[in-house]
Design a protein around this ligand. Structure first.
Ligand code: GTP
Ligand code: MG
Length: 412
């Protein structure tokens, strides 16, 4: 059966447990509300319970469930979204108690990813993550997902309806895993080619909606979709950029990070997320106009650690400066460079190029040499693999000042 996804109007109540975590539940729900909006749902209310930890059976305690029931009745809500990933038991119990659709943060994020997946690779990764999430929750999910016959949680990549049968899910998962292996092999090949070209790669990383795609577009006219919605980019786009007259670099834009990124997604998207791990330089894009900036930066560094992408030179961009009423001199003490930028006005982009040049030069060797006129081939090599600072024809030959990478030093 096919459903018209656009016309399923979901009105949801957001639910969180305030257990003294890294950020207040209220702020976490602000973000959950953004996610709900992105997934096409309307937020009808919020409920926060302060308790030491999440209730193992029902996420919130008995009293809160009664409160939720009333609120659902008053607002005519069609579902609730809990701010943490629910277990199969919690899902089933809440469904039993509340008789509306029960969703969680993970389901929501998976759903948004499903709607955004364009490339073959993205679709495989999202479907794999979705099926793994479902496979472990079939008993709890069953009723909830059939209740509305569509909407959040029923979307597959390319608006395909997901199969619910356990055996089919298992078969599909192993098939998708095989397909993903092929994709990963292909990606490895491309990375190897890149390495051989000798060009350095800088990966744009950052919290979702920080402006990664906008920065890449402003630098390279890449024409990537920029959108106020969360997770507008799922696929990686790599473009080359001339940092000055001679030095070229590759810039890669990729999927954004978020708090509590579902682990099924991290696993499925490993090869995409790992762009950061294989990059030579990290460009960390921060939305400097966001009140949650500090938490977001922390999440980004945590995610980089999980991906094994630490220990690289980092350039942090405090982006969206044009939105700040009172600009302050922001600094990221974990980064090698901090730059105030705006993808909108172009502020700081020259400074960014300068910083990238400096980083690349750090591992290069500076040479000043006089070549015979017959050695033009060597100068050509410097031009393509290093940075030719100056080249001057003098009576004795060609005087060259240049930075060269260690690999070609011996040859020139
Ligand atoms: N005012 C202003 N808006 C910006 C700036 N940079 C990005 N934006 C806006 O912020 C929103 C998100 O930008 P994107 O470039 O899509 O952000 P992203 O980091 O690629 O986001 P995801 O791909 O969703 O992770 C868009 O609406 C952009 O127009 C900036 O410097 N100033
Ligand atoms: Mg993007």
């Amino acid at each position: 059966m096919l459903y018209d996804m656009e016309h399923v109007e979901e009105r949801v109540i957001l639910v969180a447990v305030e257990a003294g975590g890294e950020i207040p539940a209220d702020q976490s729900l602000d973000e959950l509300a953004e996610l709900a909006k992105t997934a096409g749902a309307q937020v009808a209310g919020r409920v926060i319970q302060a308790r030491e930890s999440v209730h193992p059976g029902t996420y919130v305690g008995k009293g809160k469930i009664e409160e939720l029931k009333d609120l659902i009745w008053e607002t005519d809500a069609t579902g609730i979204i809990c701010d943490d990933e629910l277990t199969s038991a919690q899902l089933g119990n809440l469904e039993e108690a509340l008789s509306v659709k029960i969703m969680d943060r993970t389901l929501l994020i998976l759903d948004i990813f499903a709607a955004r997946a364009v490339s073959g690779e993205g679709k495989i990764q999202v479907e794999l993550a979705q099926l793994r999430y479902r496979a472990s929750r079939l008993s709890g999910l069953g009723k909830s997902l059939s209740r509305l016959g569509g909407g959040i949680g029923t979307r597959g990549p390319g608006e395909k309806k997901l199969e619910m049968d356990r055996r089919l899910i298992r078969e599909r998962i192993s098939r998708l895993k095989r397909e993903l292996k092929d994709v990963e092999r292909h990606r490895d090949l491309i990375r190897a080619q890149r390495r051989n070209s000798g060009l350095k790669v800088a990966a744009l990383v950052g919290y979702t909606s920080a402006g990664k795609s906008s920065i890449e577009n402003a630098l390279t006219d890449a024409g990537i979709l920029e959108d106020a919605m969360l997770f507008s980019t799922l696929d990686t786009t790599t473009r080359s950029l001339m940092l000055d007259n001679t030095q070229e670099i590759l810039i890669t834009d990729t999927v954004g990070f978020i708090r509590k990124l579902p682990h099924h997604l991290v696993e499925a998207f490993k090869s995409t997320l790992e762009e950061a791990k294989y990059a030579d330089i990290i460009i960390h894009v921060v939305d400097a106009s966001n009140p949650q900036m500090d938490t977001q930066m922390h999440v980004v560094y945590e995610t980089l650690r999980q991906l094994g992408a630490e220990g690289k030179p980092v350039v942090t961009l405090f982006n969206k400066q044009d939105r700040l009423e009172h600009p302050v001199n922001q600094r990221d003490f974990q980064a090698d460079y901090s730059i105030l930028t705006s993808a909108k006005t172009g502020q700081g982009l020259d400074e960014l190029k300068e910083a990238l040049l400096e980083i690349i030069r750090k591992d290069q060797i500076y040479i000043e040499r006089l070549y015979d006129f017959g050695e033009a081939g060597k100068i050509q090599l410097i031009r393509s693999r290093g940075q030719l600072v100056s080249e001057e024809y003098v009576p004795e030959g060609i005087a060259v000042k240049a930075y060269v990478p260690p690999e070609i030093y011996g040859r020139v």
